[in-house]
Design a protein around this ligand. Sequence first.
Ligand SMILES: Nc1ncnc2c1ncn2[C@@H]1O[C@H](COP(=O)(O)OP(=O)(O)O)[C@@H](O)[C@H]1O
Ligand SMILES: [Mg+2]
Length: 155
Amino acid sequence: MKIKVTTLEQTKKLAQVFASCIDKKGIFATLTGDIGAGKTQFIRYVLESLDVQEPITSPSFVILNEYRTKDFEIYHFDLYRLEKQGLKSIVSELREYSKEGKITFVEWAQFAKNEIPPQALKINVQYDDNDLNIRYYTFQSIDNDFLDKFIKANK
Ligand SMILES: Nc1ncnc2c1ncn2[C@@H]1O[C@H](COP(=O)(O)OP(=O)(O)O)[C@@H](O)[C@H]1O
Ligand SMILES: [Mg+2]
C-alpha cells in the first residue's frame, strides 16, 4: 500500500491509524528511505498515539531507544551510524525484540539485513521528485494480518 501525504497532519493521521491497528501481537517494522524523509517523525507519531509519555528522540547516536507503556515494550533502533563490527553488539537485541508481543521499529534496517525477520513489515518513505512537500509512505509485508487491517482502516 502506498499513501501520499502532503502535510505533517496527514502523516500524524496515518500514524494514528497505524497505531490503532497494533494488537497484543505487537509489530516489527523496518523503515528505509532518504534522510529527512520522515521515518523518525512517523515513529514519533505512532508512539505518541500509543501513549508514550517521554519525549521521542531520534536514536541515531545511541542506536536504540526503549520505551514502556502500560501495554507494550517498545524499541526504536536507528542503525545509520552502526559500523560493521558494531552490528555484533546489537544482534542479540534485534533477535530478542523481534519476538511477538513487542513493538519494534528499525530505521536503516538495510545495515542489518541478515538479522531482519522475513515477516517484518517494511515501510519506505520517499520524497516526490518534483515537490519536496509530497511524501510517499509505502507499506509491504509477506505477513498480511497487520497489513490487511491497516489497509481496511485507511479506507
Ligand atoms: N508530511 C510530513 N511527514 C513527515 N515529516 C515531515 C512532513 N512535513 C515536514 N516534515 C518534517 O520533515 C522532517 C523529517 O525528519 P525525520 O523524520 O527525522 O527524517 P528521517 O528519520 O527519515 O531521516 C521533520 O523535521 C518533519 O517535521
Ligand atoms: Mg530518522
